[in-house]
Design a protein around this ligand. Structure first.
Ligand code: SF4
Length: 399
């Protein structure tokens, strides 16, 4: 349903307790120094001249959300997440303006999780102070690797030692650090991946997200691969790398709690859990998808169109999809199953107010027979083998 506005049905059936009132907000900041070859996000590279207009657009969007949902009151949140793109690509005064816009319109709960994504090359005492002054208490650093040749292949603009220095500096002011690491980069060996994991676990980090390199259609890497310029790591090595991650990170005290996510005890991402568990969330910025009042709405993906529409019409929505109760239940089950603890079907039935679990009984059965799921009463989770085929389990549940 891309490309055109589709009218929302405001009277579709609701769960017994009503649709969840969002307690989370995502803000997409699209600016980057350059576009990395594998990146498929909504990104503006080399257009920092648009930063002021982008902030004008965000201010209009958050004020619109606030007056629609809260009137004069502030938007109540437990988690706030600044992602992108690269939020720290904003110049410091503009980053401060963004933080001020947010603080003027939201009220964070007593124990909030306020995350900002950043690239290692942007970390310095002044930027860290600007973030912590505004209440940022979690940082997600786009490290990807500590090895220069791999970083070069990924077209990242930092060096390995800069990433180490950034982690050490950030950990002194923000005690909750997450990093992203990519594996299965062309030419990478199991031993090289182990080196990245060893470096990561020797540093003051509380959370690690690891992803196998993907070649998304429309990216430079996708074209290069088609032309034979990039050779993906073979599937067997890719699987071994994932297993090595699980073992190494567990040995270093990280709990594997979601397919791609590992955390020290007490440091699981509360913001991502809002998505995985089907709670509502607001989302601002280009390409941002929100789930509010039973509707999933998506903003225009092009940052320039987003800015123009928001400034001229106070709305940049291009997709508006009312979510049926059945779809809501399927999504809670399908995205929830990504979590290693699994899902409780009885709890999902309770949330949607009818016997949903019977409708996916045959799917759970067949996945159980295939060795992908384990069921104990109403509780279902992925097996070790299921972790490798989670996408297939997810799509079967969603169908
Ligand atoms: S820094 Fe991140 S968001 Fe920006 S282009 Fe690279 S991968 Fe994409």
């Amino acid at each position: 349903m891309t490309g055109e506005m589709i009218a929302s049905e405001s009277h579709h059936p609701t769960p017994p307790g009503g649709w969840p009132q969002p307690r989370a907000m995502y803000v997409h900041v699209p600016f980057c120094r350059h576009r990395c070859g594998y990146c498929n996000f909504s990104v503006l590279a080399g257009r920092d001249d648009l930063q002021d207009r982008f902030l004008d657009a965000i201010e209009i969007e958050i004020q619109t959300v606030r007056s629609r949902e809260y009137g004069e009151a502030l938007i109540d949140l437990d988690t706030l997440y600044l992602g992108g793109g690269t939020p720290t690509q904003l110049t410091r005064p503009r980053l401060q303006r963004l933080l001020a816009i947010l603080m003027e319109n939201v009220s964070l709960s007593q124990n909030p999780e306020f995350t900002c994504e950043a690239n290692p090359e942007d970390i310095n005492p002044e930027t860290l102070a600007a973030l912590t002054d505004a209440g940022v208490n979690r940082m997600s650093l786009g490290v990807q690797s500590f090895q220069n040749p791999k970083l070069q292949t990924l077209q990242r603009s930092h060096k390995g030692d800069e990433a180490v220095a950034a982690i050490q500096m950030a950990s002194e002011s923000i005690g909750n650090l997450s990093i992203d690491l990519i594996f299965a980069v062309p030419g990478e060996t199991l031993a090289q991946w182990q080196t990245d994991l060893d470096t990561a676990t020797s540093l003051p980090i509380q959370h690690i997200s690891t992803y196998s390199l993907t070649y998304e259609k429309g990216t430079e890497f996708w074209s290069q691969r088609r032309r034979g310029g990039l050779t993906p790591v073979d599937e067997d090595t890719d699987v071994k790398m994932y297993r090595v991650s699980r073992r190494s990170l567990a040995d270093s005290g990280f709990e594997h709690y979601e397919i791609s996510s590992f955390a020290k005890p007490g440091f699981r991402s509360r913001h991502n859990a809002m998505y995985w568990n089907g709670h509502g969330w607001y989302a601002l910025g280009p390409g941002a998808a929100r789930f509010v009042g039973g509707d999933r709405n998506v903003n225009h993906r092009s940052p320039t169109t987003y800015i123009k529409r928001m400034i001229e019409q106070s709305d940049a929505t291009t997709e508006c999809e009312p979510i049926s109760l059945d779809q809501h239940a399927r999504e809670i089950a399908a995205f929830g199953i990504r979590q290693i603890d699994g899902i409780d079907l009885r709890e999902i039935d309770r949330r949607v107010g009818y016997d949903f679990s019977s409708s996916i009984d045959s799917i759970i059965d067949s996945c159980e027979k295939a060795g992908l799921l384990i069921r104990r009463d109403s509780h279902v989770r992925l097996t070790q083998r299921g972790l490798m085929f989670a996408d297939s389990v997810e799509s079967q549940i969603l169908e």
